[in-house]
Design a binder for this molecule. Sequence first.
Ligand SMILES: [Mn+2]
Length: 401
Amino acid sequence: MALKILHTSDFHIGKQLLKVDFHEDMELFFDWLIKVIKEEEIDVLLMSGDLFDQANPSQQAMRQYYMFLKRMIPLNCKVMITGGNHDSAQVLNAPKELLEILDVTIVGGSPESIDELFFTVEKNNQKVVIAAVPYLRDRDIRQALAGETYDDKIVQIRAGLATYFQQVSHHHQLHFSDTPLLVMAHLFAQGAETTESEREIQIGNQAGIDVNIFGANTSYVALGHIHKPQAVGNENVQYSGSPIPLSFSEKEDTKRVIVLTVENDQFNVQSINIPAFRKLITLKGTLNEALDKLSKHVPTTVLPDLIELQIIEEQESIAKVKELDELLSTAEYEGLQIVKGKIEFKHKVQGTGALLNNGEDISQFQPIDLFKKRLEQDPSLEKDHVDELLNAFREILEDNN
Ligand SMILES: [Mn+2]
């Protein structure tokens, strides 16, 4: 009989992307997660940091968290949550003692003493020691010195992290040497592939750690921080990744959780893919091509897909810019939401110099005449639109006088 552990991280409860709230996405993920915990008969749930998206989570985010815990309690599954770089250690720790009664263990920030990181879990005659290391802040790993250089800092942070994890490894060897060790951590590991949604930690990620700092006596490292699911070095060091895509750079990820089956002190590592509750899609092409794709879009998920438009047109055109703006602010399509758009032109109208004919001097012209010349260069503009722009330009000129 085995002990089963589920590793996940980076919930970012309360996250919004370009004003789209991911509340429903998280709710669907929690429904799915609870189903998996029941079906797989999971004994321990590990959440390796970034529980909330903000240090001061909204009331809605807090409520969503507590409602999730409420659903976990009857499942006979221990919950262990560590703080990430987005979390406030104090906010996470505030209900710590109360939650402990409900078998929910919280390590919001690095404790006074290293032994407070250690927890033993046991089921079916299989024991595992878990070192629940949260995100380590500068002050947890080194003493800042006045006048230190940037390079000194990188060296010190690396050394500080290595020392911290050596102490963890040492503590295990001293007190639990006959029980396999699992280390939770929230950090940037060298060689890991990042996305756009992790906030950089420890000076531009340059002080990324070498995974060898986790001692040879560590059976599994449950990492958080990087949102793209991946193993680092070997399959017993894993970033579970965030359960839902949190930025367009994560749109290709297959999100997953990891299930560890521990039997005879051996760790078996398996991934279970999380269904997509909505897709993040980038549409590229001309405005007309994009409009065509939008009208033919067939949603395949529960929640509206989020669309990013990357428009490329041949000739620079103010009318196209305006059309895109209108599309972004007013378009309504079923099953999708346009959240972001930018437009690029292959051929740009040249600067003022290009507006002048041979022999003409810029000082001969009034600003309004130059502006008229500029508008004449754009064949896509209709007469009404030209008049509108000229009036707007006159107003600006008057305001400036
Ligand atoms: Mn994160």
